[in-house]
Design a protein around this ligand. Sequence first.
Ligand SMILES: Nc1ncnc2c1ncn2[C@@H]1O[C@H](COP(=O)(O)OP(=O)(O)O)[C@@H](O)[C@H]1O
Ligand SMILES: [Mg+2]
Length: 425
Amino acid sequence: MKTIAELEQQKVALLKKFAPSSMEVATLDAQLEQMRSALRNTMDRIVESVSVEFERYKQEKEKKQELLLKVQEREKELLQLLNEYERLRGDVETNRKLYNDYLGTQRQLESAAYSTPRTVEVIDRASVPTAPVSPKMSLNLMIAFFASLLASTGLVFLIEHFDDSVRDDITLKKAGNLEPIGTIPYIKADKQKRRELITFDAPKSGPAEAFRAAMISIISLLKEEEGSKIILITSAETKEGKSLISSNLAAAFARWGKKTLVIDSDMRHPSLHRTFGIEKEKGLSDYIISKDEPIDAFVRKTPIEGLSILTSGTIPHSPADLLGSERMRQLIPQLKQEYEIVLIDSPPTLGMADTMLLSSYATAVILAVLVGKTSIDALKRSIDLLRTSDAKILGAVLNEVSPRRSRYYYYSYYYRYYRPYGEKE
Ligand SMILES: Nc1ncnc2c1ncn2[C@@H]1O[C@H](COP(=O)(O)OP(=O)(O)O)[C@@H](O)[C@H]1O
Ligand SMILES: [Mg+2]
């Protein structure tokens, strides 16, 4: 069979002899066309089969890549398993050693039991474990449970250990051998029952009862003292309940039938006037500054029968100068003549001289202590300070401001100290 190239050469030769439109040339052209189309068909088929093959290879390659990824993942898993296995094998090794030790000890004990009088008896033989020694899920869980229990209990003990606040009679004794005069629980308040006057507003309530118990303690502890009593209420620092205790104790004394005066001497942070809903002006500071007005012009009556009040007065530049003045000193005997009980709500002891000056006039000093807040150290320092001024420290009133911490709610000192006023032991 002739090739396309040979036929084309033949055509060139024919064209020299015949016209292009001749029969011979036309036959040759038809032959050429047939061969060309056959060639095109063959080439198409080849291209098609090659592309099919290419597609197949491509898919195969993708599959292999997927497989490779899977193999790599599996390899990673195997490595992890291998690590785990190594770890467990270590555990098994340790446990086996332990087990052998036990076995050795057991043998020693057994031989000792045979060689000496039988004081040791084998109760139950140790059996070889049938299940793997490790890891023991239930054991691990139990250990974790007890460890966490131990940790939390330890934490509670630590917190208690490092808590240096006054919490109860024991810490009170530790701070300065202080007598507990009473414990005031957390007081809930509303419009009808004011916290600061709970003994008056809700005389049958638990807190009112606690104040009465404290009052009885005070009366009892002071029964040797003749005549009227000047009682100073202070605390180591601010906001420990001095004012609340002063106003309630004052109301309790008045209701008990004592002619009582309550004085707000905290000229830096006065608050008693607010308790009774009056102005603080024309009070103690104004009296001291005024040279000759009588004290009656400054003392006011309260809605509580038998209770009068001397408010702080205009806030002065230097309260200490006023409280240490001669006029203040001379005021005390006058008050004693007029009232059976004078309660002085005073400033904190630490950091200023005011209370020290006042304490020298007082028959007795009572410290307000905020349970869980007043630090033993601060209380100690206040007591030391007060003792340098010869003040008679009667004891402390524990004030529990937080309802959560109220442990002593109806724990009353009433029964411990209660004896009708004036009766001998
Ligand atoms: N036992 C208590 N229950 C509820 N709140 C209290 C109690 N004692 C004091 N508070 C409140 O704590 C705050 C401080 O008391 P306060 O008597 O003014 O302290 P201080 O006179 O020592 O600065 C006040 O708002 C008072 O109402
Ligand atoms: Mg106050």
